[in-house]
Unconditional design. Structure first.
Length: 383
């Protein structure tokens, strides 16, 4: 990922090899600074007011829908404001998370492992130690009647840290190439930031997605959100920030943006339609899509709109957005930017099959009829 050099000799410009700009505070190692950052996000989540909502997942003991306190967007904005103040005040360098990325990654990895062990080992065994460590034992661990929900905190930590990584990596690119920065880097960061804040804005909607109601909390979610999510998702950007502007045309950048938002429409549109169907079953989604359903044994399945095109067309949207982000960087022949969309393919294809099995067990003949009516799994007309 390149050298860490003095990149700007202008008077008063920050030097990446000087102690002050590349330190986190006064001599605090980057490893512990990342731990402090995660602690800050958690504390902000505890103290910043949030709205209480009812989710889709149910309490295993009572059968009642779980309650959640949501304040992710506010926590992210406050964290970014504090980051901006620290940077403006010279307490940290704008690109500190890039310069010290390996120490930060090591801290995130350690925290993810400790969290996994602390949450999984005391709980009752399910499938065997290794499977339990990876997939988790507890479905929806909460504290203080939902005041803290483990899954929502994990995703919040991952989202905020990813955004800080994106900004720090972009800052390093600007410092390294003053006056000649790549518009593709700017577009990548803008689109990825939209992705992060879109998630936080629609935080309640994600209570109705697979991760929140189907998965347990173990290494996959714990280490995944603390380490993999904020660092692997930024890997493509991190791999090119020290490269010069590849010279992509304005048309190429516009097409990347259009591809990204086409994917966003598929992913966000499908999730919103399902959310409204679960919470307001008679509502016309987006004011035009009157729900069409299959019904039987007291159950209903949505079969029109996005969910009439493919059974998991939202996954196609996620993969499309990831592809657009890789292309925006302007190095289509480089491997690292493509790891993010390839990861989505590896993640979502098995998840689709697992979700179909889960739905077949839950809905029985109703699901078989839905599969007959909507034969495509993810890509309409192809798969």
């Amino acid at each position: 990922m390149g050298r860490e050099l003095d990149v700007d000799a202008r008077p008063g410009a920050p030097r990446l090899d000087s102690p002050a700009p590349t330190s986190y505070g006064t001599g605090v190692p980057a490893f512990f600074a990342l731990i402090a950052l995660y602690g800050l996000i958690f504390v902000l989540h505890l103290i910043i007011p949030g709205r209480w909502v009812t989710g889709y997942a149910r309490d295993a003991r009572t059968g009642a829908p779980l309650r959640y306190r949501l304040n992710g967007l506010r926590v992210a904005l406050v964290t970014l404001a504090l980051y901006g103040l620290a940077g403006a005040g010279g307490l940290i360098a704008w690109d500190a998370l890039y310069v010290h990325r390996w120490a930060a990654l090591a801290a995130a990895c350690a925290l993810g492992l400790v969290f996994t062990a602390a949450l999984v080992l005391p709980a009752a065994p399910r499938r065997g130690l290794l499977a339990d460590l990876f997939l988790g034992r507890l479905e929806n661990p909460q504290l203080a009647d939902g005041h803290v929900d483990a899954k929502m905190v994990l995703y919040l930590v991952g989202a905020v840290t990813l955004e800080l990584n994106l900004l720090s990596y972009a800052a390093h690119h600007l410092l390294l190439h003053p006056g000649a920065a790549s518009p593709g880097v700017a577009l990548h960061v803008a689109l990825f930031s939209f992705f992060v804040f879109d998630y936080l804005w629609f935080e309640r909607v994600h209570l109705y997605t697979y991760d929140l109601f189907a998965e347990r909390v173990g290494f996959k979610l714990g280490w995944g959100c603390m380490c993999f999510y904020p660092f692997f998702y930024a890997l493509g950007l991190g791999s090119v920030v020290e490269r010069p502007d590849p010279g992509a045309s304005t048309l190429q950048l516009v097409l990347c943006a259009l591809l990204f938002f086409a994917g966003w429409v598929l992913a966000r549109g499908a999730n919103m339609q399902k959310f409204w169907f679960k919470t307001q079953p008679e509502r016309a989604a987006f004011g035009v899509l009157v729900p069409e359903t299959l019904e039987g044994d007291g159950r209903r399945l949505l079969v029109n709109g996005f969910w009439g095109v493919a059974r998991h067309v939202n996954y196609l949207g996620e993969i499309t957005m990831a592809t657009a982000l890789a292309l925006a960087l302007g190095y289509p022949g480089a491997l690292w930017p493509w790891l993010y969309p390839l990861y989505y393919v590896a993640l979502l294809l098995p998840r689709q099959r697992d979700d179909d099995r889960r739905c077949a067990a839950k809905y029985g003949a109703l699901w078989a009829e839905y599969e007959r009516r909507v034969p495509y799994r993810i890509i309409p007309g192809i798969y």
